[in-house]
Design a protein around this ligand. Structure first.
Ligand code: ADP
Ligand code: MG
Length: 649
């Protein structure tokens, strides 16, 4: 005779062990079941029937003994192969229905096909057809709690049939039903047996068992009676069963895209159902991402502003002035001769003397105090400072000590308001001058910068007519090549030492100040980013928390999914997808809120610079957080034992 479908040989099963005392529930059960049989396993409560069914359905492993399925020792199969058997060979019908509460009737029926990789359209059509066949055509979209017990049991039968249901394992299928529903369900099972499904019915009720063509009686973990193999079974042939199954399942290999779509759909459903809790947990991630974006934008913006302000005065200039201390000792001065000498140093493009001092400007009967400066005609070029109106004085004006003045925006505003200042005569410390130009404002929008509170005039005029001082306050030295700043500075230093024979002068350059400023704001940015990172971490812990809770709450769902053929990696994927989706939504909300807050700050005049890199980075961090912190709970879910998970609450 051919290989039997199921062969149990001296199967023993003990619970407990470890801390709990070990209790043996099955004491050496041996039986043989052929394909197409309709077998009832009957016994009183506690006799070990459910334990036996879990072993038969590969939901659990025996303590000892051998279980051969189509001649193959099940003990030699790994977790994935067992999942494949549960998916392709078995269909479970439980006393408590074990439907997934968050999914509709049709979605529940579809679950086994999802893990078998059936395309969505085919899956839906098949589930719909099965539900209609079982008299539930109007109830597709109902949730389990909207269905009666009999209807739920019919949904679970449809689910058992979804992947073919070659072997239907029904554990007290009518146990929780009223008698009318029980009769209907039994009639259905009868039909399935007649149609060639192998049916193993577990019951404590002898009347129910009597409907089977073979009755096996179990008492205290032992088979005490067996009416013998059913000779009239519909399908006599067992051979090639496993191969047939393998062929059937190989034709539809699961696609990753389909799996992911399914996982996302389910994850979204769960999130939506728990949306309030999810939203609260997500606050960490939202705040983290938003603060990364805003803080980096603030840091970047203020850095940019500082750089702009500094470079407005020529980032590559070297400034040389007398050293204060030496000046007291022996009147250290920088002279115009020094300036001329420095002009010959390689890489020096220009040397502009600056003679500074406060002046009172009188126009009509208005007096206004401003910073005064005697400069050369190279001023616009040296300080990158354009003339907004009129013109700057020329080298000729310098030579002739022309009494011309170019005024800053704030001076213009104070003295002339809406009048045209060009060509007007003003008194600088009582000396008459003619206004020939207005400097462009250095202030952001309005002329409110201190730099704008100034007037400039030819150096020669300033030194002889205004201040009576021939020595520049400092020299502004412009370089041809900013990259050679250090060498040039050293060369000037050597030259000046040679000329003065002592260090009674000092030099500084804006580049080093810019570098220092940039370093400061980089440190600040780093600090801000660190704060943001901490809140992302807190967000990640939130995700982990929600996922751990979810796994605990949904242990039974995990068991159901495993019983219907989910592999460990399916479960892992599902829970990881949930974690990632949660953080994805959090990350997205964070980006939006970050932009919103940033926008408001911009409206209040803060110089924000949003960086796409920061946004993408923060978003990626959020995703990564979900992945990292979701992994542990997801793995915990995937590693659950099917029977343990099924029994969980
Ligand atoms: P039946 O389905 O025939 O009512 P079960 O197979 O459910 O019986 O249980 C048989 C015996 O095994 C019972 O005494 C029960 O207490 C014990 N048992 C079942 N499951 C477990 C378990 N997970 N841990 C410990 N004991 C168990
Ligand atoms: Mg039971």
């Amino acid at each position: 005779m051919s290989t039997p479908l199921i062969e149990l040989d001296a199967i023993r099963k003990a619970y407990g062990g470890g801390d709990a005392p070990e209790v043996e529930v099955l004491h050496g059960v041996s039986l043989t079941i052929h394909a197409g049989e309709f077998v009832a396993i009957v016994g009183s409560s506690g006799s070990g029937k459910s334990t036996l069914m879990h072993l038969l359905g590969c939901l659990d492993r025996p303590t000892s003994g051998q279980y051969r399925f189509c001649g193959v020792d099940v003990a030699g199969l790994d977790a994935d192969e067992l999942a494949w058997l549960r998916r392709e060979a078995f269909g479970f019908v439980f006393q408590g229905y074990h439907l997934i509460a968050t999914e509709s009737a049709r979605e529940n029926v579809e679950v086994p096909a999802i893990y078998a990789g059936m395309p969505a359209a085919e899956r839906e059509a098949r589930a719909t057809a099965l539900l209609s066949r079982l008299g539930l055509s109007a109830r597709h979209d109902y949730r389990p709690n909207q269905l009666s017990g009999g209807q739920q049991q019919r949904v679970s039968i449809a689910r058992a049939l979804m992947n073919g249901g070659r072997i239907i394992l029904a554990d007290e299928p009518t146990g929780a039903l009223d008698s009318q529903s029980g009769i209907e369900v039994m009639a259905l099972l009868d039909e399935l047996a007649a149609a060639g499904h192998t049916l193993i019915l577990i019951t404590h009720d002898r009347a129910v068992a009597a409907r089977a063509r073979r009755v096996i009686e179990v008492r205290d973990g032992r088979v005490v009676a067996d009416s013998g193999p059913d000779a009239s079974r519909a399908d006599g042939s067992d051979s090639g069963w496993l191969e047939q199954m393998a062929d059937g399942s190989r034709t539809r290999a699961a696609t990753l895209a389909g799996d992911m779509r399914e996982a996302c759909r389910a994850a979204w459903r769960v999130m939506w159902i728990n949306r309030f809790r999810t939203a609260l947990t997500l606050l960490g991630i939202v705040i983290g991402v938003a603060s990364v974006i805003v803080m980096l934008a603030v840091g970047q913006g203020s850095k940019q502003r500082v750089l702009e302000q500094l470079s407005a005065f020529g980032a590559n200039n070297i400034y040389l002035g007398p050293n204060g201390d030496s000046a007291r000792q022996n009147g250290g001065r920088v002279t115009l001769e020094d300036a001329a000498a420095i002009r010959t140093v390689p890489n020096v493009a220009l040397v502009m003397p600056y003679l500074e001092g406060q002046v009172v400007i009188r126009y009509g009967n208005l007096d206004y105090r401003a910073e005064g400066g005697g400069v050369s005609s190279e001023f616009p070029q040296a300080l990158n400072w354009k003339t907004a109106r009129g013109m700057f004085f020329s080298a000729e004006d310098e030579r002739t000590m022309a009494k011309v003045v170019v005024i800053g925006e704030r001076v213009r505003d104070a003295l002339f308001k809406d009048d045209d200042p060009l060509g007007r005569r003003v008194l600088l410390d009582k000396v008459p001058f003619q206004v020939i130009g207005v400097l462009a404002s250095k202030g952001a929008q309005s002329g409110d910068s201190d730099e704008d509170n100034r007037v400039v005039l030819p150096f020669s005029t300033a030194s002889s007519r205004l201040y009576g001082n021939p020595y520049p306050s400092w020299l502004t030295i412009g370089l041809a090549d900013g990259a050679k700043l250090q060498e040039t500075e050293a060369a000037i230093d050597a030259l000046m030492l040679e000329r003065h024979r002592q260090r009674d002068f000092r030099m500084f350059n804006a580049a080093s100040r810019i570098a220092a400023q940039a370093a400061t704001s980089d440190t600040l940015s780093l600090l801000l980013a660190l704060i943001a990172a901490v809140s992302l971490l807190v967000g990640g812990i939130g995700v982990m928390n929600i996922m751990l809770m979810t796994v605990r709450e949904r242990t039974r769902e995990i068991g159901i999914r495993m019983a219907t053929g989910a592999r460990q990696r399916d479960i892992l994927r599902q829970f990881l997808t949930e974690a990632v989706l949660v953080s994805l939504v959090g990350g997205l909300a964070g980006v939006l809120i970050g932009l919103l807050v940033g926008g408001v700050l911009v409206l209040f005049g803060l110089p924000l610079i949003f960086s796409v890199t920061a946004m993408v980075g923060a978003f990626a961090c959020a995703l990564l957080t979900g992945l990292v912190f979701g992994y542990m709970p997801a793995r915990q879910a995937a590693r659950l034992d099917p029977v343990v998970a099924l029994a969980g609450e």
